[in-house]
Each structure stands twice: as C-alpha cells, then as structure tokens.
Write a protein that binds this ligand. Sequence first.
Ligand code: FAD
Ligand code: NAP
Length: 336
Amino acid sequence: MTIEKNISLLEYNTFHIEATASQFASFETEEELVGLLNNTSIDKNNVHILGGGSNILCTKNIEGTILKNNIKHITILEETSTHIKVSFGAGELWHDCVCWAVENNYGGIENLSLIPGTIGAAPIQNIGAYGVELKDVFISCEVLEVESGKKKTIEHKECDFGYRTSIFKTTHKNKYVITSVTLQLTKIHTYNTSYGCIDNELQGNNLSLSLKNIADTVIRIRQSKLPDPKQIGNAGSFFKNPVIENSVFENIKLQFPNVPHFATQGQIKIPAAWLIEQSGWKGYKENNFGVHTVQPLVLVNYSNCSGLDIYQLSEKIIATVLAKFQIELEREVNIW
Ligand code: FAD
Ligand code: NAP
C-alpha cells in the first residue's frame, strides 16, 4: 500500500469540491488496513475514513490521512427457508448490493435503491428512504478500532440507531473503521409501498408488487427529483428533517395551517424542504452554487465553488428558517 502525499479530493466527493489531503491511502483488505494503522507516518488522531464521498463537505484542506475503503465481498453466512444473512465488504457500493439482493429475490432493501456511497457508510447515519431504514435489516458490523487496531463486532443494539444517526456519528465518531456489514434479508417478503407516491406509481404503471418493480419505481422517482451528482455536485439532503414537540408544532400551525407534517414516536416531523422553500430559498443561485430548483433540501455546486461557499449558504438558510419558524435545522452532511 502506498501512502500518497498532497492528493486532490476533487474526484472523491460528490459535491466536486476541490481540497487536498496531506496523506491518502486505499485499502482492499483488513490486513492492509491494519498495516496502515500501524504505519508510524499516520497520526491515528487525524484519520478520516472515506467511502464514496457522498455525504461529506470539504471546507478546508485535510491535514491528516484519508483512508479509502475498497474492501469488497458478498458472503452468505446463513440461509433458511425464510431469510438469508449476508456479510457485505464495507467498500461495496450500496446500490450494487441492493441490485444483487433484488436480482436474487432477497427483500428488505429495495426501497433504499439508488442511494449513493458504500455499504460501510450506511450504518453511520442509518441511511433511510421511502419508509425503510438500514436498522430494519441490520444485524451487526465488523470494525477495526482506530486506536488499538483491534477487531470487534458491533451488534444492532449497541449502535443506538436513530433518525439519520448512530453511535458512529455521535459518541464513537471516527473511533472505528467499519470493514463489513451483516444484513438479514427476506425470502418471504413484506412490501413497504405506503410511503410517498410508490403505491400510486405502481398502480399508475400497472405494476404488480415485486422487489424489482418497487426498486425500479424508487429509482424512477429519485431520478425525476434529485440532481445526479455526476452532473451537478451535491451530497443529497444537506439538512435533517426536524422532529419537534407537539406544542411547538401547534404554534407553527396557528400561523401556517397547511404545514406538512408526519407523526413520529410521539413527536412531529416537518419536511425541511418545506421550511426552506417557505423561507424563500428554493432555486436560489449565487455565482456557481445554490439551492436545487426541484428539491430545496439539496445544496448544489454548479461548478468549482468552494466548500466554504456551501457552508456559508447553509448558515444563512439555518438563520432564516430559525427566524421564521423558531426551528433550528441540523446539517446531515458531515463537515470535513
Ligand atoms: P462518505 O461520504 O464517504 O462518508 C460519510 C461519513 O461516513 C464520513 O464521516 C466518513 O468518515 C464515514 N465513513 C464512511 N465509510 C466508513 C467506514 N467504512 N467506517 C467508518 N466510517 C466511515 N442518504 C440517506 O440516508 N438516504 C438517502 O435517500 C440518500 N440519498 C442521497 C442522494 C444523493 C444524490 C446523494 C449525493 C446522497 C444521498 N444520501 C442519502 C447520503 C449518502 O449517500 C449516504 O449517507 C451514504 O451512506 C454515504 O456513503 P459514502 O460511502 O459516500 O460515505
Ligand atoms: P418526499 O417523499 O417528498 O417526502 C418529503 C418529506 O416528507 C421527507 O421529510 C419525508 O421524511 C416525509 N415523508 C413523506 N412521506 C412520509 C410518510 N408516509 N411518513 C413519514 N414521513 C414521510 O421526499 P424526497 O425528498 O422525495 O425523498 C424521498 C425519500 O428519500 C425520503 O425518505 C428521503 O429521506 C430520502 N432521501 C434522502 C436523501 C438524503 O440525502 N438523506 C436524499 C434524497 C432522498 P423522511 O425523510 O424521514 O423519509
């Protein structure tokens, strides 16, 4: 394994932000990762693990070492008449794993089609879409502790999964490198199509209920709404959808009777996209960056803007939403 110096990260983040990393190395196996963590030129307190770079915003050059995860394998651990347990190498692309599952008629992750990035990053924010979250199929993950280089298995109950969060984003941030993820997928399926317009789309196109039809429908909806990072730099939803107390919601409803909302575990979730649009930001463009014209939750780099441009725009959006609704938006994207 070579440790390269002063590497451009332009091709390694879906925002297409130019920044350099002082040191950069890729690993294809756990042994290579252990070798890197034992290398004295790497400061373990300044290591950044990189997957597909689809949930990061580089606001400065990275002084430490970036370790790019390329561990790939799909290993069936257990199979019964009803389910299958599969271990995926953390460097596998998430969407490739969804396609593999759908092709083999294993259910549970079809609603999560077309989410960019690697499977190793999926537990970090408990990826979710269309009413399904990683936690619904997650069994455990194998990790290497950065400090000790020791291998560990982290079980579901230890991950403290929540709405776009887990211990890997909070208490144990940067402590572990996830090397593989084990999921339990179904052979007898329960379809989840009540969310958003999946049902309507299936019926409108005369499609029967199947893993493939759900996956294709999700892909079609996503392609119609979201900017393709290959064409316009972005990292998906920049902010989380705020979950607020009922009393706060009732106050907002007095002023905005049509506020969209969803009940969630005794609280209320309001789409951040609506708050941002109501605050006048939808389609906002400043020089070569801005707020997406269709989905205002997505901040975009039209060409060569800096990470600070995007960060400062996000500050302004947070301030105006706070002033108008007394709700403080929280960033979902990891700021580097
Ligand atoms: P990276 O961006 O490389 O890393 C993200 C964070 O995870 C970093 O802090 C990094 O250090 C850490 N990390 C990465 N790999 C590891 C590892 N192996 N071990 C330890 N830490 C690691 N997200 C959703 O939840 N739902 C969606 O529907 C969704 N849609 C998106 C649509 C678009 C167009 C885009 C651009 C993004 C979308 N995202 C969505 C966000 C993003 O795709 C996910 O968060 C994804 O899991 C990030 O994977 P990655 O490999 O690119 O992670
Ligand atoms: P959407 O379907 O237009 O929905 C907008 C908002 O309403 C989201 O906040 C969603 O919450 C919520 N919502 C809609 N139907 C719901 C229901 N039946 N129950 C509870 N909440 C409901 O959103 P979209 O932008 O097109 O995205 C579709 C899905 O893909 C969403 O799940 C979204 O989270 C996900 N997505 C995520 C990212 C990312 O980067 N994180 C990027 C693109 C899309 P939830 O967000 O909690 O689902």
